[in-house]
Structures are given as structure tokens and as C-alpha cells.
Design a protein around this ligand. Structure first.
Ligand SMILES: [Zn+2]
Ligand SMILES: [Zn+2]
Length: 279
């Protein structure tokens, strides 16, 4: 089992040490784990690594790589934030530390005449002004050449109807395919709340993302996929990955999953991956 997206206490709003996360991941059956704490970013310092912690963060990852050698492959990653105007900041950050994998995610969006929108503010996601800026920023991220994969780009499905999201996403499919950037299948969509369109209340237990319809369109364009639990504590190590694959594979769509070593893509055919439907 591959898990290419997870967090430790270094992200501040997540818990568990690197060692605790790795032990829980081994217990959950993960064999290739990329640790991807939130990278330093100018707009926020409470929910991410500080630049002063990066040295220790990577040292911790290198240490568990040695300790658990033979049981699990451990890779060095970061989840980068993206906003227009931050390219140089991000580029300099990435140049300082050799890494295996870089996810680019959009968590914050500046909308004219409004306080900054965070993508977990579900009731604000369906506004056309927000969607305009979100997809403009996503296009700029795909153009930036900074990242290996785009993280949970369809997380907006927590507050946006699927047909609206797909209409917004379709113009970017060509660019996504051409960029070579992978699309992340993020399993946190199986356990996060979403907005009920009738009552406006947040409800649990619905699979919101990844979008299965969008997935089909990306497969048709040969877009590579990464996969991750997005665990924010050791209890969620590997969570949702086997369930997600078990659901997507019988649809005959998904044939391979990729992960990255030293920023180079490695494709794994799904019939060689162990999951409950293929023990
Ligand atoms: Zn994220
Ligand atoms: Zn994350």
C-alpha cells in the first residue's frame, strides 16, 4: 500500500511524531510512505512547519528511514501552499532541501473585497467569485513547474455540486495532462464533512472527493495519479486508501498509481498492489 500524503505534529494542527506515524503506517499495511507536512508559507505560521524546523524535520525522516529499513520505504516530502506571487518563495524553499515528492495544494484564496477564503469554509465555496479565483490559481499552480502532484484539487466538492466543479475543471484538463503533474486521489474525502445542499448543514458519511466523473476524464488523458490518506494523526495512518482503491478498481478505470523518489515518478500497476480485493 502506498500513502503519499500524511502529516505529523510539525504541521501544528496535526498530532503524532514522525516515529509514531511510521509505526502506525506499518501496522496499517503501508509499504511506501511519503511524509508531507505543510511547508512554510508567508500567509500563516500556525498550521505548518517553520523555516527554522525544516532541518530537524528532514533529519527525523532520515532517521526513521534507517530505523524501519526493510519494513517500509520512507520518503521525504512537503505539501506546498500556492498563491499567485509566491513562486519565488516556494522555489527558493525547494532549492534548499533535496526531496522525493512535492504536493502543491491550494488552501487559501484571496477574493476581491472579501476576507481570505480557506477551503474548509464550506459555505463560501460555491460563490462564483471564489470559484473564479480558485481555478485561476489552480491554473497558475499547474503552470508553475514547482510541484509533482496537485493535492486534493477536488476538495471543493465538500461545498460545491459536482456538475459545477466539473464544468470549472474541464478547461484545465488539457493543461494538467500537458504539465505531467499528477492528480492526487486524497482519501480524506471519505471521512470529512460536506454541506447538505438542501439544509445547508454539514453532514458526515458521504464520499465527496475524489470525483469519480473527473477521474474518468483524467484517465482518458493519461494523467498520472498519486494517492494519500492525508492523515493528521497516527490513528488515521493509511486511512481510506484500501477502501478507495476497492471502489475505483472494479470500475475498471484506474490501472496504476504513482509515487515519487527524488522527484522522479514511479508507476505501480494496480494488480501488483495489495489491497483487500486482491490479497
Ligand atoms: Zn491540504
Ligand atoms: Zn495535507
Amino acid at each position: 500500500m502506498i500513502d503519499s500524503h500524511c502529516h505529523t505534529f510539525y504541521s501544528k494542527h496535526a498530532t503524532g511524531t514522525v516515529d509514531e506515524l511510521v509505526r502506525a503506517s506499518i501496522a496499517a499495511g503501508v509499504t511506501v510512505l511519503t511524509i508531507t507536512d505543510h511547508a512554510p508559507f508567508p500567509v500563516d505560521s500556525d498550521n505548518r512547519l517553520l523555516e527554522s524546523e525544516l532541518e530537524q524535520y528532514f533529519a527525523d525522516i532520515d532517521s526513521v528511514r534507517q530505523t524501519y529499513r526493510g519494513q517500509i520505504t520512507i520518503l521525504r516530502g512537503l505539501e506546498l501552499d500556492y498563491m499567485p506571487g509566491t513562486d519565488n518563495f516556494n522555489r527558493e524553499l525547494l532549492a534548499r532541501y533535496p526531496m522525493d515528492f512535492v504536493i502543491g495544494s491550494i488552501h487559501y484564496v484571496e477574493v476581491p473585497d472579501e476576507p481570505m477564503v480557506k477551503v474548509w469554509e464550506l459555505s463560501r465555496l460555491a460563490s462564483p467569485a471564489f470559484l473564479d479565483r480558485y481555478f485561476a490559481n489552480l491554473e497558475a499552480l499547474l503552470d508553475s513547474g514547482l510541484v509533482d502532484a496537485v493535492g486534493h484539487a477536488d476538495t471543493l466538492l465538500r461545498g460545491v455540486p459536482e456538475d459545477i466543479l466539473i464544468r470549472r475543471f474541464e478547461p484545465l484538463l488539457e493543461l494538467l495532462a500537458r504539465s505531467g503533474i499528477a492528480f492526487e486521489l486524497n482519501a480524506s474525502g471519505l471521512r470529512k464533512s460536506s454541506l447538505d445542499s438542501v439544509t445547508g448543514m454539514e453532514v458526515l458519511g458521504l464520499w465527496t472527493y475524489p470525483s469519480r466523473e473527473l477521474l474518468g476524464q483524467m484517465i482518458a488523458r493519461d494523467v498520472p495519479f498519486t494517492i494519500g490518506s492525508d492523515a493528521h494523526n497516527p490513528r488515521d495512518a493509511g486511512a481510506g486508501i484500501a477502501d478507495m482503491l476497492a471502489t475505483l478498481r472494479p470500475q475498471g478505470l484506474l490501472q496504476r498509481i504513482s509515487y515519487y523518489e527524488q522527484r522522479r515518478r514511479i508507476d505501480v500497476a494496480l494488480d501488483t498492489l495489495v489491497s483487500p480485493s486482491n490479497p
